[in-house]
Design a protein around this ligand. Structure first.
Ligand code: ADP
Ligand code: MG
Ligand code: MG
Length: 202
């Protein structure tokens, strides 16, 4: 895949924002039985703010674009997903430094740094039925040299894996075993974020 530039980051996040708009009510429906029915709305508000912030700041590097996007999510989304997704993007951006572009291995390593920051912040590990269950396999796929499509497939499988898990972090953990059979909304939105790396994401 081509090296990621600042414009490439904007295109990626534009595709993600479009997917969030398309799936907002689905994401909120996932958050209804196991949460507080706001996940889609939270991400919609955040991603509209992200696109506006990128248009205003016109960051010159992919790292700066991701730092701006992440900071904007942290400051505009009140729910758990804002600080977590914001930290993911911000730390991924910080890891890219001030390089003009990032090739596949550099992007995979940066996304790993973002994942590590999410784990440090939220304390969730694979199997706890959170967005980490979609993110970790996507990072592993990219580190193994996989394509964006392979990473998207890994994230989608990881999101589906949360159906049968008991949530151990976030609001859904209050339900215990009663949450079995429900997909984690944050994992579903991470699957959209990784799918948006591919050009034909919608
Ligand atoms: P809130 O729960 O505050 O309403 P959202 O509904 O926007 O926030 O986001 C909920 C999602 O956040 C969950 O589906 C889960 O994926 C993620 N999440 C919550 N807490 C954690 C955590 N400690 N670590 C990782 N992800 C978490
Ligand atoms: Mg919620
Ligand atoms: Mg909430």
């Amino acid at each position: 895949s081509p090296a990621l530039t600042a414009a490439g980051v904007r295109d990626w996040l534009q595709r993600f924002a479009t997917a969030v708009d398309t799936h907002a009510s689905d994401l909120t429906d996932l958050d209804r039985p196991i949460g507080d029915s706001d996940h889609g709305v939270n991400l919609q508000r955040g991603m509209h703010a992200v696109l506006a912030a990128l248009d205003a700041a016109e960051p010159a590097t992919p790292g700066a674009a991701l730092v701006k996007a992440g900071s904007t999510l942290v400051s505009t989304v009140g729910g758990a997903s804002g600080p977590l997704l914001g930290t993911l993007l911000r730390r991924t951006g910080k890891a890219l430094g001030d390089a003009e572009s990032a090739d596949g291995p550099a992007f995979a390593a940066a996304l790993r740094a973002g994942l590590d920051a999410v784990v440090a912040l939220g304390g969730a590990h694979v199997g706890d039925a959170t967005l980490v269950d979609a993110l970790a396999p996507a990072v592993e796929a990219l580190e193994a040299g996989g394509s964006a499509q392979e990473a998207a497939d890994a994230a989608a499988r990881g999101a589906a894996s949360t159906d049968e898990l008991v949530a151990r972090k976030g609001r859904a953990s209050y339900l215990g075993e009663r949450g079995i059979g429900q997909r984690d909304p944050g994992a579903a939105s991470i699957a959209l974020l990784i799918a948006a790396l591919t050009e034909d994401a919608s």
